[in-house]
Ligand binder design. Sequence first.
Ligand code: XMP
Length: 317
Amino acid sequence: MGLFNPASFAKEAVASISEQVAGRGVIAASGGVDSMAAAVLASRALGERLLAVHVDTGYMRLDESQAVGLMLNEMKVNHRVVDASDRFYAALEGVTDPESKRRRIGEQFIRVFEEEARTFDAEWLVQGTIAPDWIESGGGLRDTIKSHHNVGGLPEDMEMELCEPLRELYKDEVRALAEHLGVSVAQRQPFPGPGLAVRVMGEATRERTALVRQACHIVEQEIEAAAGAREMDMPWQYFAVLLPVRTVGVQGDVRAYGHTIAVRAVQSYDAMTAQASEMPWAVQQRISRRITNELKEDINRVVYDVTDKPPGTIEWE
Ligand code: XMP
């Protein structure tokens, strides 16, 4: 890789977006580093002619959609945060198969996003596609949008022109660019497009998702604190999974019959392979005690997943 200069890249990208995009553009801002960097560049080029749409699917992490809205505000990007959680929970009612969950979330996402694009009269779709997103698949433009991407499988009849300012960049370059632009998500751990829906085994209802959201938050807080205090290495990805298993426990002197949370933390380079993170006993205990205490109405057992990838995957679904 040659020397990447984020300042001159940004300057040229803004100029070329201004030249390319006549009229209005819309971008789906997930809060991830790619879409945020692309949104900031496009906003600098187009001003009010760009609309960044953040869809709150109901499967985001704790306060995440709010944080994305604040960030877009701070970066002065014209945006809307759309709370579409009712629609997503309804679409996933009774659905337990992981791939069906992904498909339904993808479909709802496109529907919500298209509605917003239409009310804004957008003619251009700005996307934060980066080089690894299209290099390996090598097919036509639409094939190259990975099916697991947030805006997976854009419909053929979506009559917008595509603008992809980050197309030639690799992840480390995007991170450098984001840092240069002042996008504060630059170092956050990866988060799957379908969000917490694939961390609730079985039906991802509003209530069950709220449990895993809280558990994920505890896992993040405790691991980040432990890594900050050098008790352990910072994992590449770390989260909680809600299992459909109920086990017997005691709550005070009373028999309880609660649900189980699995904690997952892995080291990885590119997500193709991963090793379960070594987590000190004290950290495991703090996580377990907090989860069973703060969620004591529902959760009475916590387990740690020690499986590598392969044979496991990083997510459980
Ligand atoms: P797995 O579970 O396949 O995950 O080992 C590898 C990486 O991809 C993320 N992941 C997804 N990302 N949509 C996404 O955008 C998805 O459907 C999806 N499934 C898994 C996972 O979090 C890990 O970083």
